[in-house]
Design a binder for this molecule. Structure first.
Ligand code: SF4
Length: 472
């Protein structure tokens, strides 16, 4: 039986490892240039969320290349978001450390703010799930992918909250990013798959002594990572400020993309991460992509409308709400009535509960055959991160595909790409499950049973994507 270890195997110095570590040091030396890049991105971000609100909505004949609103929509939802998610898996949270406008603004605000201690409620572990769920659902209610007003409301509102958090708490820190950002939880789990991380050699750290006459230079870690004990790169923004710290005890390094999930994630149960993966990424997020294409929703609407008419409540069928609560663009022929809104919410909740229940049962069965413990249940949940990440990427990139296809680009290859991504991520999830089972199950039979137990979790999620991309 394999053992649960928390540090990646040491590599011999020199070669690729030395070159990777040198990249970390190089990033540290170029902090000024990176800070300039951050401000350029803040400016681009501000233009993209503010200017479209001041312009008329695009006409039928407008395109991404001749209409600012469509261009901003394409950049935000078609390129920016999907590829930020991909970057998490490839290089960890480099986006957060080097490019995120909210990170830049909240850190600067905290340098000049009240510098208060972080209240307990801010540190509550449920925020990553709650904030992600609320923004995902609200985004669907107001059609954030389609209209500039909701974009300003949601992204601009989040940025304003990040600045306020910076002005309130911490000193030169990113309290917002660490505890409250709505995508922090998603980034945290996806970054576990990255083959790059800042590795900490604890022995070297402890053995380090300042050279005679040397002056201790503390590290500025904006997202408040306890660097000495850092075993996962979930919270690390890859800013490189600690590169080479304490005589090289901290280094940018390569590792297996499976390491964090197999060898670190089981050390401590993280129930809120499980909730985020099972009911957030595999539940609410999938439901949010599915509802608008679902014929079940159409049938539910017809049945509900019939019921209301039968009971003399047909007036309710005409009730609409302001655009900042529920989509309301009569000129675009795009209005959600109160009934639509209730059905939309119902669909997302029911999907999240049903798929979440199937996935939870799978995880419980895998943990049971491996020798039940709550910790093992949460550890198996981590194996589903590749599938969860691939789904969110494909859901977001569906808009990219639609926009490109509308503008005449050939997208015939997309089905093969989707099959490869969904199939590959499900196999990766099962491989992680197999490796995790190997830590706990004493024999191959139990390990195989644990693997088989995870199949329904993958199958139900793949089934949902199959309905969206190939049936509906
Ligand atoms: S641990 Fe902190 S200082 Fe080091 S790279 Fe990560 S975010 Fe930067």
């Amino acid at each position: 039986m394999a053992t649960l270890i928390s540090t990646p195997p040491r590599r011999a110095p020199g070669g690729v490892d030395a070159r990777v570590a040198a990249v970390g040091d190089m990033l540290l030396r170029h902090r000024t240039a990176i800070a300039r890049l951050q401000w350029v991105l803040v400016a681009v971000y501000a233009v993209l969320i503010i200017v479209p609100v001041l312009l008329p909505l695009p006409a039928q004949a407008d395109h991404v290349w001749n209409n600012m609103t469509l261009f901003a929509q394409f950049v935000f939802w078609g390129i920016w978001w999907p590829f930020v998610l991909v970057s998490m898996v490839l290089v960890g949270r480099v986006w957060c450390g080097f490019m995120c406008p909210e990170g830049t603004l909240t850190e600067v605000a905290s340098r000049h703010g009240l510098k208060r201690a972080i209240p307990r409620w801010v540190r509550w572990g449920g925020w990553p799930f709650v904030a992600f769920a609320l923004t995902t659902i609200y985004g669907q209610m107001v059609s954030v992918y389609q209209y500039p007003g909701p974009v300003l409301l949601i992204l601009g509102g989040s940025t304003a909250a990040a600045i306020v958090a910076g002005l309130m708490w911490g000193d030169n820190k990113r309290v917002w990013c660490r505890f409250l950002c709505p995508v922090n939880g998603v980034f945290r789990v996806l970054a576990k798959l990255a083959p790059l991380h800042f590795a900490v050699d604890t022995e070297q750290w402890n053995a380090y002594r300042l050279p005679p006459g040397g002056k201790f230079q503390p590290v500025h870690c904006a997202p408040l990572v306890p660097i000495r004990t850092m075993t996962s790169n979930s919270n690390c923004h890859m800013c490189a400020n600690c590169s080479g710290f304490r005589g090289g005890a901290v280094r940018l390094a390569l590792r297996s993309p499976n390491h964090d999930i197999v060898n670190v994630a089981g050390l401590k149960a993280k129930p809120w991460e499980t909730v985020l993966i099972v009911f957030g990424l595999l539940g609410i997020a999938v439901g949010a992509f599915l509802w608008s294409a679902s014929p079940w929703l159409v049938r539910a609407k017809i049945a509900s409308a019939g019921f209301l008419v039968e009971h003399g409540l047909q007036g309710l069928l005409q009730v609409t709400l302001p655009w900042w609560i529920l989509t309301d663009y009569p000129a675009q022929n795009d209005v959600l009535t109160l009934l639509d809104g209730v059905l939309l919410l119902g669909f997302i909740f029911v999907f999240a509960l049903v798929n979440g229940a199937i996935v939870s049962a799978s995880l419980a069965a895998a943990a049971f055959v491996s020798g039940w413990s709550v910790k093992r249940f949460h550890h198996f949940a981590q194996s589903l991160i590749p599938l969860a990440g691939a789904g969110v990427f494909l859901g977001l990139s569906a808009l990219t595909v639609t926009l490109l296809a509308q503008d005449g680009f050939h997208m015939g290859w997309i089905a093969e790409l989707r099959v490869a991504m969904l199939g590959g991520s499900a196999l990766w999830a099962l491989w992680l499950g197999w490796r995790i089972a190997g830590l706990y199950a004493p024999d191959v039979l139990r390990r195989l049973l644990a693997l088989a137990a995870l199949v329904p979790a993958c199958a139900s999620t793949l089934g949902a994507w199959y309905l969206l991309f190939w049936v509906w």
